[in-house]
Design a protein around this ligand. Structure first.
Ligand code: FES
Length: 113
């Protein structure tokens, strides 16, 4: 299995992301706090991430994903749903970098869970 380095802005450790794995699956497997209110079925936008590096190596966004992203705040061209963005091939430099938008983090904290 091919695995790449997953960097997450603001985190002081590296994570791993395997080819074939979604961002949410990698986060859950390694204790990275990424909200996923709908359980990863593309029915919310709480798993919104921005893929700053390596984004072209992920599965293309479906119409459903784009519809959900329309509901998210602070969306830009790098935005994906973490449960839908699946790594399809390793980037040439072996690195994927993400940012979890601040409002996602706030929503998790305010939720008290
Ligand atoms: S967890 Fe709900 S859309 Fe990703």
């Amino acid at each position: 299995m091919t695995t790449v380095r997953l960097l997450v802005q603001g985190q002081d450790r590296d994570y791993a992301l395997a080819v074939g794995q979604s961002v949410l699956e990698a986060a859950m497997a390694q204790g990275l706090d990424l909200d996923h209110a709908c359980g990863g079925v593309c029915a919310c936008s709480t798993c919104h991430v921005k893929i700053l590096r390596g984004g072209d190596c992920f599965s293309a966004a479906s119409d459903d994903e784009l519809d959900q992203l329309d509901e998210a705040r602070d969306v830009d061209l790098d935005s994906r749903l973490g449960c839908q963005a699946r790594l399809e091939r390793a980037p040439a430099d072996g690195i994927v970098e993400l940012r979890i938008p601040l409002w996602n983090v706030n929503a998790v904290r305010e939720g008290g869970s």
